[in-house]
Design a binder for this molecule. Structure first.
Ligand code: 5GP
Ligand code: MG
Length: 182
């Protein structure tokens, strides 16, 4: 098992890159099934920064014409949610009347999803679906359905493949979990 050190914490390998790729393959196949033959150019909404790697991998596998829009939301500080979601950057393009697939790195408490759904409704999206690479079901407190979940994980703090600890670790190819023993 590989270990990485980010500031004061040690993380150990949790989900290897190949398993992430397989999960993205399966998720993309489901989205392709649902959107096959569509002519409305749905929007993928990349929620920066965490979702950048997942969005890039997912988008390469989609077999229908789609657009890419980004926004930036923040709620985490260190290894925990502050409970307050801030929109640090608005939508990079107009999504009025469009079907939107929200692409998230991870759904934890669900606060960010609630905020995103509000933002999209406010900008008059025709419909919004949620696609997330990771989901912590034991932490989720909302009733918004998650349409596409690539992998479920326990309530542990993870980094890598776009996810950070105080902005470090996003470049790691695998996903790592906090090593409590280190
Ligand atoms: P929520 O609003 O659902 O509580 O949390 C969503 C956001 O918190 C995610 O998009 C992500 O940015 C951050 N987050 C939640 N859990 C983790 C985690 O285990 N590791 C990291 N690095 N970020 C997380
Ligand atoms: Mg995120």
């Amino acid at each position: 098992m590989e270990r990485v050190r980010l500031y004061d914490k040690t993380f150990k390998t949790f989900i290897p890159h190949e398993r992430i790729m397989e999960a993205i393959d399966r998720t993309a196949a489901k989205i392709n099934e649902d959107f096959r033959g569509c002519t409305d150019n749905p929007v993928l909404l990349c929620v920066l920064n965490g979702s950048i790697m997942f969005t890039a991998e997912l988008m390469q596998r989609l077999e229908f014409n789609c657009e890419l829009v980004s926004t930036k939301l923040t709620s985490y500080q260190g290894t925990g949610s502050t409970g307050k979601v801030k929109q640090a950057m608005g939508l990079t393009a107009d999504i009025a009347g469009k079907r939107v697939i929200i692409v998230e790195d991870i759904v934890d408490t669900g606060n960010t999803i609630v905020e995103l759904k509000k933002i999209l409704a406010g900008h008059e999206a025709a419909e919004s679906k949620v696609c997330t690479l990771l989901f912590k079901p034991d932490s989720y407190t909302k009733d918004i359905p998650l349409d596409y979940v690539a992998m479920e994980i326990p309530n542990d703090f993870i980094v890598g493949f776009g996810l950070d600890y105080n902005e470090l670790g996003r470049n790691l190819k695998d996903i790592y979990v906090l090593d409590e023993e280190a």
